[in-house]
Design a protein around this ligand. Structure first.
Ligand SMILES: NC(=O)c1ccc[n+]([C@@H]2O[C@H](COP(=O)([O-])OP(=O)(O)OC[C@H]3O[C@@H](n4cnc5c(N)ncnc54)[C@H](O)[C@@H]3O)[C@@H](O)[C@H]2O)c1
Length: 219
């Protein structure tokens, strides 16, 4: 049976791309599009859904997820800029959160964590389109937190917002007489779709909720 998917933020840049990807997936059915811009609240799309995908704004994502879980609908969240701890201890359905659904970005984070253990200092430059509402990006905040955990040293973040950009991140590590730069570029929102579809397929079977990070669903 097809997984029934509703999208919150369906009129937004990411939401529209997710709707198209779900419609094109043979094992999924798009059953609802929620967005104030479409005059459709999340409450109206939950009855027909197994999974709610949320690409909205930080202040809406938590409330949407609570509403979905209360209706026994699993939730996949791509929205950034909120604290995942706000979704602890919810009962009734699972929550999966990823600050970045692009496989290349997940690898960039893994390589950066590995490098942070061996080099003296690191800083992150994250670059995004100028309509992004949060700074620093969720990806940069998570990369810095994981690198700090691995190295015991703080990792400063610099944010750039310019038209023409999509989502980019550079991790620069420095040591005596050398630097190492690890860079990832999402040049198209399509880069996030395989990760989003994977999360939709796996969210019902999570061992822990919320689960944070696409790397938790790989391998
Ligand atoms: N995890 C990832 O891989 C990834 C990738 C890109 C963007 N993002 C994040 O996704 C989010 C959305 O980005 P975007 O560029 O599509 O933004 P956007 O502004 O284009 O779209 C957001 C949409 O959410 C709608 N919305 C607001 N409140 C809502 C609510 N309560 N219910 C339903 N819809 C609501 C808005 O009307 C808008 O259409 C941001 O937080 C961004 O940082 C995450």
């Amino acid at each position: 049976m097809a997984i029934r998917v509703a999208v919150a933020g369906a009129a937004g840049r990411m939401g529209e791309t997710v709707c198209k990807a779900v419609e094109a997936a043979p094992d999924m059915e798009l059953t609802g599009r929620a967005d104030p811009a479409l005059d459709t609240p999340v409450a109206n799309v939950l009855k027909e859904a197994d999974v709610l995908v949320d690409f909205t704004i930080p202040t809406s994502a938590v409330a949407n997820a609570r509403e979905a879980v209360a209706a026994a609908v699993h939730v996949v969240i791509g929205t950034t800029g909120f604290d995942p701890n706000e979704l602890k201890d919810l009962k009734g359905a699972n929550v999966f959160i990823a600050p970045n659904f692009a496989i290349g970005a997940v690898l960039m984070m893994e390589f950066a964590i590995q490098a942070a253990r061996h080099m003296a200092k690191a800083e992150i430059i994250e670059l995004h389109h100028d309509r992004k509402v949060d700074a620093p990006s969720g990806t940069a905040a998570r990369t810095a937190a994981l690198m700090t955990e691995a190295s015991g040293r703080p990792v400063p973040i610099h944010s750039v917002r310019l038209p023409g950009l999509v989502a980019h991140q550079e991790v620069i590590l420095g040591d005596v007489g050398q630097t190492l730069t690890i860079r990832h570029d999402s040049t198209d929102r399509e880069s996030f779709m395989p990760g989003v579809l994977l999360a939709i397929r796996k969210v019902a079977d999570l061992a822990e909720s919320p689960t944070v990070g696409l790397e938790r669903l790989l391998d």
